[in-house]
Ligand binder design. Structure first.
Ligand code: GLN
Length: 304
């Protein structure tokens, strides 16, 4: 497969689109990002890499890190984890509170904000120091020993995080948050604050394309069965109320964040990350979605 020419073709097509979507301004720090940034990076399970544009510029990965916090929590708890949250698409925006009332504080899935808050609560309950141990986990799978939380992004989100505060307290009222909401929220904002480039992000998610083992050194992160299940969740819930559209147009498991990043995996083949900060009305990168649609169209490769 000639990935380089397929990526180039898809990149050029997307670059010429007039619309680029809108920055996520509800987190003040994200409103300061240059909206013209656009980068892509693909790594195959054989370790071949292809990058274009701003693929080495770091950006806020935001909700993409929800996949990594789930991975660590699932590794610790196993199937018991599903007593605390469900595995169903929400069909709602990422920060919606509506279904929490209907389902008595059980989030629909781990990738909406409510689900990620419950995952943070689980990690705090099961680890001595969730902040440090989650960071160590991500440092290990990303091969980025110096990775840090971004204080300015976490503080910026916290300064306006009223909705997440309401959500965490609401879940606590149903008994599905064990720790103090303030501690859960602080950890949640840190988890969302991680910054990576497309190159680093594609590498970090490589194990989802490689049966649960890191591409760089073959080290197992999670069992094959958990890899399959998290990939299934990315396919069905990775793009909130646009998950169906992403499966329909792109046909790969993936996850987006309001920083404008998207990572997608083609199991047994590659992991790809794309970043363009402008979002569509559903909160997913406008150009990122278009690029990935082009990529799977031209390569004629998808899981379907
Ligand atoms: N930190 C963001 C929030 O809680 C994450 C949302 C996202 O990336 N979709 O709103």
């Amino acid at each position: 497969m000639d990935y380089l020419s397929i990526i180039e073709k898809s990149y050029r097509y997307t670059e010429n689109l007039k619309d680029r979507g809108l920055l996520a301004t509800y987190i003040p720090e994200l409103a300061n990002v240059d909206p013209t940034k656009f980068g892509v990076h693909l790594i195959t399970v054989d370790g071949d890499k292809y990058g274009l544009g701003d693929h080495q510029v770091k950006f806020s990965i935001q909700s993409i890190s929800k996949v990594l916090s789930l991975t660590l929590a699932y590794r610790i708890l196993g199937e018991k984890i599903w007593k605390r949250l469900d595995v169903e698409p929400s069909g709602t925006k990422f920060d919606s509170l509506i279904l929490l009332e209907t389902f008595q504080g059980i989030p629909r899935n781990p990738f909406v904000n409510s689900g990620a808050l419950v995952i943070c609560d689980i990690l705090i309950s099961h680890l001595d120091n969730a902040h440090d141990e989650f960071l160590d986990f991500v440092r290990d799978i990303s091969d980025l020993p110096d990775l840090k939380y971004s204080d300015h992004i976490a503080d910026s989100e916290k300064s306006m995080g009223y909705r997440n505060v309401a959500m965490c307290n609401f879940i606590k009222s149903f008994g599905n948050i064990e720790n103090e909401p303030e501690d859960v929220l602080d950890f949640y904002f840190d988890v969302c604050s991680l910054e990576m480039s497309c190159e680093q992000l594609a590498r970090t998610f490589g194990f989802f394309a490689n049966g649960g083992c890191k591409i760089s050194d073959g080290k197992r992160v999670i069992p094959k069965s958990q890899t399959k299940r998290i990939n299934a969740l990315m396919l069905t819930c990775g793009f909130y109320d646009e998950s169906g559209e992403f499966a329909f147009k792109v046909g790969l498991p993936g996850k987006s964040g309001v920083g404008g990043g998207i990572v997608a995996v083609y199991p047994n083949n590659y992991s790809v990350a794309v970043w363009s900060p402008g979002l569509n009305p559903k909160g997913n990168s406008y150009m990122g979605m278009k690029f990935l649609e082009e990529l799977t169209t031209h390569s004629e490769l998808s899981i379907f």
